[in-house]
Write a protein that binds this ligand. Structure first.
Ligand code: HPA
Length: 287
C-alpha cells in the first residue's frame, strides 16, 4: 500500500510522517478561511507543510486560500493551523475534501476551530458581523463521509444532534463579551457554489431557518464529528446575501464579488483573531 489520503492508500503512513516532523502533538486544529491570514503570522512555527507535500492532496487553488499546514504554538498552545481549505466546487473527491480534517483528528487534536466567510441572510446581520455557528443545514447535496462499510476510522453513521460543541460556544460568547466584540449565534447553510446564490435561493434559505450562507464548513464538521472531535464554528459576514435588505432590482442589489468577500473578511478576521487568541490563552480550546 502506498502512502496517501485516498481509499486503499496507507493513510496511517501519511499521519505517521507528519507526526514525526514535530516535537509536540497539536492539541487544537485551527482552520483559517478567507481573511484570517493574520492569525498565521502570530504562530510560532515549528513546521510548515504545503498541502501538495501530503501524498494525494492537491495544492489549494482559490484566491485567499493558501493551502498549507503550520505546526507550532499559538498563545503557548500546540496547534495545527490549516491555512486554506478544499471545496467541493473545485471538483475534488470526498476523500480529498476530508483529508485535512482526518489528519487533524488522527493527530489527536482535542478541538477544532472552523472559520469561514459567509453571506448574511438574517436581516439583523451586517457585513463585518461575527457569528458563532450553533447548527447547520447541508444543501451541498453531497457528503465527504465514506460509504458506511468503508468508514474504518470513523463512526459510519455520525450523530448530528449537537454538531457544534455547546461548551465551546459558551466559551466563545464569554470571550467575545470580555473583549467587547459583538458575537451573534445562528445557523450556517452550505450551498455548493462556486456561483453566489440567486435571490430565490436566498429566500428559500431564509424560510428554512438559515441565518448565513457559505460554500464550506459542513464537510469539515461532518468529518470531525465522525471522529469525536469537538467543533467550534465561526462565520464572518462579508456581505449580505443576494437580495437581502434591498429593494429587488435596486442598484447594487445583486452584485457580490470575491474581492469584496476578501476585503471585509480581512477586517472581520482581525477581530475574530482576538477572540480565538483569547480562548487559546485561557485554555478554553485545549482543556
Ligand atoms: N454566499 C455564499 N458564500 C459566501 C458568501 C455568499 O454571499 N459570502 C461569502 N461566502
Amino acid at each position: 500500500m502506498k502512502p496517501g489520503v485516498g481509499p486503499g492508500d496507507d493513510f496511517e503512513a501519511v499521519v505517521g510522517s507528519l507526526r514525526a516532523r514535530v516535537r509536540t502533538a497539536p492539541q487544537v486544529h485551527l482552520l483559517l478561511g478567507s481573511g484570517l491570514g493574520g492569525l498565521e503570522r502570530v504562530v510560532e512555527v515549528e513546521e510548515d507543510v504545503p498541502f501538495g507535500e501530503v501524498p494525494g492532496m492537491p495544492s489549494a487553488g482559490v484566491p485567499g486560500h493558501a493551502g498549507h499546514f503550520i505546526f507550532g504554538r499559538c498563545e503557548g498552545v500546540p496547534v495545527l493551523v490549516q491555512c486554506g481549505r478544499l471545496h467541493f466546487y473545485e471538483g475534488h473527491p470526498p476523500w480529498v475534501i476530508s483529508a485535512p480534517s482526518r489528519i487533524a483528528a488522527a493527530l489527536g487534536v482535542k478541538s477544532s476551530v472552523i472559520t469561514a466567510a459567509v453571506g448574511g441572510v438574517d436581516r439583523h446581520l451586517r457585513p463585518g458581523d461575527l457569528m458563532v455557528i450553533d447548527d447547520h443545514i447541508n444543501l451541498l447535496a453531497r457528503t465527504p463521509l465514506p460509504p458506511p462499510a468503508q468508514a474504518a476510522d470513523a463512526n459510519p453513521f455520525p450523530d448530528m444532534s449537537a454538531p457544534y460543541d455547546a461548551g465551546l460556544q459558551k466559551a466563545a460568547v464569554e470571550q467575545a463579551a470580555r473583549l467587547g466584540v459583538r458575537l451573534v449565534r445562528g445557523t450556517y447553510t452550505a450551498l455548493l457554489g462556486p456561483s453566489f446564490e440567486t435571490p430565490a435561493e436566498i429566500r428559500m434559505v431564509e424560510r428554512m431557518g438559515g441565518d448565513v450562507v457559505g460554500m464550506s464548513v459542513v464537510p469539515e464538521v461532518l468529518t470531525l464529528r465522525a471522529r469525536g472531535v469537538r467543533v467550534l464554528g465561526f462565520a464572518m459576514v462579508t456581505n449580505m446575501a443576494c437580495g437581502v435588505g434591498m429593494a429587488p432590482g435596486a442598484e447594487g442589489a445583486d452584485a457580490i464579488s470575491h474581492d469584496e468577500v476578501l476585503e471585509v473578511g480581512n477586517r472581520a478576521g482581525a477581530v475574530l483573531e482576538r477572540v480565538i487568541r483569547g480562548m487559546l490563552a485561557g485554555g478554553a480550546l485545549s482543556g
